[in-house]
Design a protein around this ligand. Structure first.
Ligand code: ADP
Ligand code: MG
Length: 751
C-alpha cells in the first residue's frame, strides 16, 4: 500500500512569488524579505541612538532602555504587518537543536471607571521583552550547573544576528529573536555564548599579530581593528519517503537503520553523484530554498551526493555565528518542507550501513574588517608573510589541540561515520596540497621554490592540446592552487580550511568554537615567538618573520599528511608520529578535562572551568542516553517484529514439510532444508536480544554517574548492538520477502 501511495502521489506544486504581470520575481527581489534588517533599525532610531546601538553590537555592552523600546516598537509593527501574532527568543541549548517558546504580543489593560473595571486588549512588545526573557527552561541539559530548584536561565537577544519571521499556523507568523542562553550567574548554557566569546578572542589575537607585522606604532590606530571568522557549511542529508519511514521504528526513534542489508546495487557505479535530482526531491529542495531566500539565508548549491537518496546543500559563507544560525535554520526549514512533500530528511551521520554517511563540511577562514581573507595565499604565497604566519598558526593550532577538535565532533552518531566509507578518519591531520607543501618545504629547507607561481601552471588549458585534439571551443580555466584530498579531515582548499570530520547532524557551533579557540591561542604563540625574535627592535623585519615561520613549519610537521587518510598504513604512520587516534566518544570527551586543552580554553575565557565540567557531563550523558535509546529500540524491533515474522515463516515451512511428508513420505523436501537453515539464524537473533538486554542492564545498574554510563555504553552496548545487527542481517537474507515486516534498504533507498 505504501508503495502504491508513493507511486501515485502527485508532486506538490507551490507558487513562486510573481509580479503583477505574472512574471516571476528575481531572487534578489524577495531575498531577505522576512528579515528585520539593520537599515530598518536605523530607520526606527534617532541617529545618535543608532550609532550607540552599532557600538553595542560590536562590544556587546548593555543596550539602554529607550533604544530597546524604540527597536521593539519598530519590529513589532513590521512583524505584525506581516501577520505575526507571537514573538519568541530563539536559542541553542546543548541539545544540538534550537529552542523556542512563543508569547503573544497581546496584553491587557485595565481602566477603572465608576462603572467598574474595564479591560481592553492591546498589542504590545517592550524593550525589556526584546532584550531578555526567562523561559522556564529547567529541563535543558546543564550538566549540574543549574539544579531544578534554582532553574533560572535567561535568554538574551544576540544583536549580531538579525530578527526574522517564520510562518505560523493559518497564514500567521512568528517573530524570531536570535538569543543566547545563560544561567542566573552568567554561565553559558548554550552553544552560542561560547562561539561569540571565541570569535572575540580570535579577533583580539589576530589584530595583535597584524599590528605587529604591519608595523603599527604604539598608540596609533591599527589598520585592522576587527577580525572575524567566516564559515560556509556544506550540509549533506538523506531524503526518504515518509510512508516508508513510518514503517521503520528504528529510523523514527534513532534517525538511522539499526538493521538491514544493502541491495545489490547501491553506490558502486557512482551514478547518483551529481546526477539529475529526482523531481520530488527537486520540489522539496526548491521549496526550502524559496523559504530560505526569504529568510536571508544565502543557499547557493544543491546536488546529489554519492549514496542513493543522499543530497547536499551549501550556502555562501558568512560571518561564523550568523552562518551557524543559518545552518540550523536551513536544517529546520528543510525538515518542515520535506514533511509537506511527504518526505523525511535524515540528518544522521550514518543512516544506512555500508554506504556513505553524511558530514557537514565546515569551510572556515578569517577575514579582516576590510574584507581581506587572511588565508588567501595570493599569487606569491612564498613572500606573503602575513598569509604564512596565519597559516602556520592554524597548523600549530591543530597540532596542539587536534585531540580537542576530535572531541568537538564526538557523538554517538558520528562515531559510526568517522573512518568508514569515504568519511575522514578519527586522526586529525592537515592536508595542504602540493603547492603549499612545496612553499613550506622550500622555506624550511632554505632553498628557492620550484616554479609554481608561473601563470601557465595556474590555468588548465582546455583550449590547448588534449591528446592532440584541439578543443578550441572551450575557454582556459583557472586552476585552484590545491587539488582535492577527500580523505583528509582538515584540508586547505584554496583560500580556506575545510573541517570535514564535522557530523551532518550536529550544530557547527561547538566545532567552530573549538577551532577558533585553538587558532586564537596559536596566534598568541606565534605573536610571542615573533616578539622574542625581534628582541629590542620595535617591529619585526622580514627575516624575523621568516625565522618564526620556519620555526613553526618545523614544529608542526607531524600533522601534515598528503596521503590516503583511509589507509591502514596511515593509522600506523600516525601512531609513529605521535598523533592521537581517539576511537571512542568517552575517550574523546576526556580531552575536555585534559589540562593541555582545558587550560587553553579557560585562559582565553571561552569556557570557565565549571562550564567545561558541565559540558563534559552533558556530552557523556547524551552519549549514554543515545546508546540506550538505540539498544531499547533494537530489542523491541527484534523481539516484536523481526522474530515473530521469522516464526511465522518457519510455521509455514513446517506445515508444508508436514503436508509433503504425509503425501509421499519424502523426508528431505527443499522446504525442510530452508527450515533447517532458518533455525540457527532465528536462535542467533534470540540470543543477541539477550545480549542487548544484558548490556542495557549493565547501564541501568549505574546510578548518577554519567561518565561511567557512557563508558559502559561504549564497552557493552556498542558490541552487543553489532552482534544483534549481524544476526538480524543474516536472518533477513533467509526470510521470505512476504514475511519481512519492515521496508528493506532496497525499498528505502530508491524513489
Ligand atoms: P569546494 O567545492 O572547493 O568545497 P566551494 O567554493 O563550493 O568550494 O565552497 C564550499 C563552501 O565554502 C561554500 O559554502 C563557500 O561559501 C565556502 N567558502 C568559500 N570561501 C570561504 C571562506 N573564505 N571562508 C569560509 N567559507 C568559505
Ligand atoms: Mg567542499
Amino acid at each position: 500500500d505504501s508503495l502504491k501511495d508513493i507511486i501515485e502521489r502527485p508532486t506538490r506544486v507551490i507558487s513562486y512569488p510573481k509580479r503583477a504581470d505574472g512574471k516571476p520575481l528575481y531572487t534578489s527581489e524577495f531575498y531577505g524579505e522576512n528579515v528585520f534588517h539593520l537599515q530598518q533599525i536605523a530607520k526606527a532610531l534617532p541617529k545618535p541612538a543608532f550609532a550607540s546601538f552599532l557600538k553595542q553590537m560590536r562590544g556587546r555592552q548593555a543596550l539602554d532602555r529607550g533604544t530597546a523600546d524604540a527597536i521593539a516598537h519598530a519590529v513589532r509593527i513590521w512583524a505584525m504587518d506581516r501577520g505575526a501574532t507571537h514573538f519568541t527568543h530563539w536559542f541553542q541549548p546543548q541539545t544540538g537543536a534550537t529552542a523556542e517558546k512563543h508569547d503573544a504580543f497581546l496584553t491587557l489593560k485595565s481602566t477603572f471607571t465608576s462603572a467598574g473595571e474595564e479591560v481592553t486588549a492591546i498589542d504590545a512588545f517592550s524593550g525589556s521583552q526584546l532584550l531578555q526573557a526567562e523561559p522556564d527552561a529547567s529541563s535543558f541539559p546543564s550538566g549540574g550547573m543549574r539544579t531544578t530548584f534554582e532553574a533560572r536561565g535567561y535568554t538574551v537577544w544576540d544583536t549580531t544576528s538579525p530578527m526574522f519571521i517564520q510562518s505560523g499556523p493559518h497564514g500567521t507568523s512568528v517573530l524570531y529573536i536570535p538569543s543566547v542562553f545563560i544561567s542566573y550567574n552568567g554561565d553559558a548554557l548554550d552553544e552560542k555564548t561560547v562561539l561569540l566569546r571565541s570569535t572575540e578572542q580570535i579577533s583580539k589575537a589576530c589584530c595583535e599579530l597584524l599590528s605587529l607585522i604591519e608595523s603599527v606604532p604604539v598608540g596609533a590606530q591599527p589598520r585592522t581593528s576587527h577580525v572575524f571568522t567566516t564559515l560556509g557549511t556544506e550540509q549533506e542529508y538523506f531524503l526518504i519517503d515518509r510512508s516508508l519511514y513510518a514503517l521503520r521504528p528504528d529510523i523514527k526513534t534513532t534517525g538511522r537503520t539499526l538493521i538491514g542489508n544493502l541491495p545489490p546495487k547501491h553506490q558502486q557505479l557512482d551514478d547518483h553523484y551529481f546526477g539529475r535530482v529526482p523531481s520530488k526531491v527537486m520540489a522539496t529542495m526548491s521549496e526550502a530554498e524559496l523559504e530560505l531566500f526569504r529568510l536571508g539565508v544565502p543557499v547557493k548549491t544543491r546536488h546529489n551526493e554519492v549514496a542513493p537518496q543522499q543530497f547536499e546543500l551549501a550556502p555562501i559563507f558568512e560571518e561564523a555565528s550568523l552562518a551557524v544560525d543559518h545552518n540550523l535554520l536551513t536544517m529546520d526549514v528543510l525538515s518542515k518542507v520535506a514533511h509537506k512533500n511527504k518526505m523525511k530528511v535524515l540528518y544522521h551521520e550514518k543512516p544506512f550501513k555500508g554506504i556513505n554517511g553524511s558530514g557537514k563540511h565546515c569551510n572556515w577562514s578569517m577575514s579582516t574588517d576590510h574584507g581581506e581573507n587572511l588565508l588567501d595565499p595570493t599569487v606569491k604565497p612564498e613572500t606573503n608573510y602575513r598569509f604564512l604566519l596565519v597559516l602556520v598558526s592554524v597548523l600549530h593550532a591543530v597540532q596542539q589541540h587536534g585531540a580537542l577538535l576530535r572531541t568537538s565532533i564526538a557523538s554517538a552518531s558520528n562515531e559510526h561515520r568517522l573512518g568508514a566509507c569515504e568519511a575522514p578518519p578519527s586522526i586529525l591531520s592537515i592536508f595542504l596540497g602540493q603547492h603549499l607543501t612545496e612553499v613550506l618545504n622550500s622555506i624550511e629547507e632554505g632553498r628557492p621554490i620550484k616554479n609554481f607561481s608561473m601563470p601557465e601552471i595556474q590555468t588548465i588549458k582546455l583550449g590547448g592540446t588534449v591528446l592532440d585534439v584541439k578543443v578550441a571551443s572551450l575557454p582556459s580555466i583557472a586552476r585552484d592552487l590545491t587539488d582535492r584530498n577527500r580523505t583528509s579531515p582538515f584540508a586547505f582548499t584554496g583560500n580556506k580550511f575545510e573541517f570535514r570530520a564535522v557530523g551532518s547532524k550536529q550544530s557547527p557551533s561547538f566545532p567552530v568554537t573549538i577551532l577558533n579557540a585553538a587558532v586564537a591561542s596559536a596566534l598568541q604563540d606565534v605573536t610571542a615567538a615573533l616578539r622574542e625574535q625581534m628582541g629590542e627592535r620595535p617591529f619585526p623585519s622580514d627575516a624575523d618573520k621568516l625565522a618564526v615561520i620556519k620555526k613553526f613549519i618545523a614544529s608542526t610537521k607531524n600533522i601534515r599528511f598528503e596521503g590516503d587518510g583511509y589507509s591502514d598504513a596511515w593509522v600506523e604512520e600516525a601512531e609513529k608520529r605521535g598523533l592521537p587516534n581517539i576511537r571512542t566518544c568517552p575517550e574523546a570527551f576526556e580531552q575536555l578535562l585534559n589540562p593541555t586543552h582545558s587550560s587553553m580554553l579557560t585562559k582565553l575565557g571561552i569556557f570557565s572551568p565549571s562550564e567545561l565540567t558541565s559540558r563534559y557531563f552533558i556530552m557523556n550523558e547524551r552519549y549514554a542516553k543515545d546508546q540506550l535509546v538505540e539498544a531499547e529500540t533494537m530489542r523491541t524491533l527484534l523481539a516484536q517484529q523481526i522474530l515473530p515474522a521469522a516464526f511465522e515463516y518457519r510455521g509455514s515451512l513446517a506445515q508444508t514439510v508436514q503436508l509433503l511428508s504425509a503425501i509421499d513420505g519424502e523426508a528431505q523436501s527443499p522446504e525442510l532444508e530452508a527450515l533447517r537453515a532458518l533455525t540457527p539464524a532465528v536462535r542467533a537473533v534470540q540470543a543477541s536480544i539477550v545480549g542487548v538486554d544484558e548490556a542495557i542492564a549493565k547501564l541501568h545498574a549505574i546510578h548518577d554517574d554519567a561518565v561511567a554510563e557512557a563508558k559502559a555504553a561504549s564497552d557493552y552496548i556498542v558490541p552487543a548492538m553489532q552482534a544483534a545487527r549481524a544476526a538480524a542481517d543474516h536472518l533477513e537474507t533467509l526470510t521470505a520477502d512476504k514475511y519481512y515486516p519492515i521496508p528493506r534498504y532496497s525499498e528505502l533507498l530508491w524513489f
